[in-house]
Design a protein around this ligand. Structure first.
Ligand code: NAP
Length: 358
């Protein structure tokens, strides 16, 4: 088993890590880290547990540590608030940890993989461009890998097969994003209930920039050459618990029909098939003909929250083809995506090197 720490363990994403790692065949939680507000308290007291499954007793008893903790661990999952993630994650990488992060701080760094294993596993090679050094000035062996924003994941999972089959020229996306995406306590109930808020700070830019990096290819000198697709986004917070829904219109090279697009999505095969990664769902991309689907309530938990569902595929008189995509924001869009990233890193022999480097 590889020993893991969770940074930001008390938050919405941190708790999802705790839940999803319970009984994980590769990773064992040995350290829970949060702010000074939580440090020194047993986890069951520090975390306001909002998961649907009960908290494991062993984890509940662990005493939360501060950001200077130095656990005997190989890997640190980060669900830290972005206001502190930049400095803290760099510090942990300098101290030799493999940091697998949900925070936005390093996503667009040219040396940091922004990773969806089914989409751009080869971007892992960017790790070799990182140079984290310990206090002794020697390479620490640490590195940072990130996963995309929770709304970008669903969009890119749907665009990737289309980019490969035709080429994406432009995409316009209108999101309907769940409340859990704002963390806990998140949006005030009086702003959320019976309402739609047409603003999520920074989200529209992330959809544009992250999509281009994720669909990019590695150039001749190993850097990411971003895809040229033009992406425009309008993001809305809606009173849904879990699950980001997105209405997408795309312009594809060669102007394929909706039927061609449905065929391309259905015939896409995950490059992870047969690799035995525990968190990889049997069906990463589900295409449905049900005219009333997907819906958060009925589809968000498919594949343990790791399946992305596409429906309502139709010809579009504006950009060519339109569809609706749904993905689970705290699972596929955060903790589950990060755990899958770590499983891929493990399969590629990138984890468990800390002891060698020390
Ligand atoms: P959250 O519920 O607000 O949790 C934030 C976590 O960061 C808590 O554990 C908190 O600890 C810790 N923290 C805050 N200030 C700190 C400090 N000064 N030092 C150390 N720890 C500190 O937020 P969240 O929704 O889980 O999101 C966490 C990260 O994941 C963010 O960067 C977010 O953008 C990203 N993300 C979230 C989602 C989602 O769907 N929610 C999806 C993708 C990415 P205390 O409890 O001790 O304050």
């Amino acid at each position: 088993m590889l020993r893991v720490a969770i940074l930001g363990a008390t938050g919405a994403v941190g708790q999802t890590f705790v839940r999803l790692l319970s009984g994980h065949p590769l990773f064992e939680i040995v350290s829970l880290v949060a702010s000074e507000r939580s440090a020194g308290k047993p986890y069951r007291e520090a975390a306001h547990w909002i998961q649907s499954e009960p908290l494991d007793d062993r984890i509940g008893d662990l005493v939360v540590e501060g950001i200077d903790a130095a656990p005997d661990a190989d890997l640190a999952f980060s669900g830290l608030d972005a206001s502190v993630a930049g400095e803290v994650e760099a510090d942990w990488a300098r101290r030799g940890y493999a940091v697998v992060s949900n925070a936005r701080n390093y996503r667009m760094d040219p040396t940091v993989p922004l990773l969806i294993p089914e989409v751009n596993a080869d971007h892992i090679a960017l790790i070799d461009r990182q140079d984290w050094r310990g206090a002794d000035g020697q390479p620490s062996g640490g590195f940072i890998v990130t996963n995309p924003n929770c709304s970008t994941v669903g969009l890119v999972m749907a665009l990737k097969p289309l980019h490969d089959a035709f080429g994406v020229e432009a995409a316009h996306v209108v999101t309907m994003q769940a409340l859990s995406g704002a963390g806990y306590p998140g949006v005030a109930s009086l702003d959320a209930l019976g309402n739609v808020v047409p603003y999520i700070g920074g989200e529209e830019d992330k959809l544009t920039t992250e999509t281009r990096k994720l669909l990019g290819t590695l150039g001749s000198t190993g850097e990411v050459v971003e895809a040229e697709a033009v992406v425009s986004a309008q993001c809305n917070r809606v009173p849904v618990m879990d699950g980001h829904m997105e209405a997408v219109s795309v312009r594809l090279v060669g102007s394929p029909s909706a039927a061609d697009v449905a065929d391309a999505l259905r015939s896409w095969e995950s490059p992870l098939a047969g690799r035995g990664l525990p968190t990889a769902p049997a069906t990463p991309l589900l295409v449905t003909d049900d005219p009333t689907a997907p819906q958060p309530r009925t589809h968000v938990h498919l594949g343990g929250g790791m399946t992305v569902t596409v429906g309502r595929i139709q010809d579009c008189p504006v950009l060519g083809v339109k569809f609706v995509v749904l993905s689970h924001n705290t699972v596929r869009g955060a903790a589950g995506g990060a755990i899958l990233n770590a499983e891929l890193l493990h399969a590629e022999g990138r984890l468990g090197r800390r002891a060698d480097a020390a």
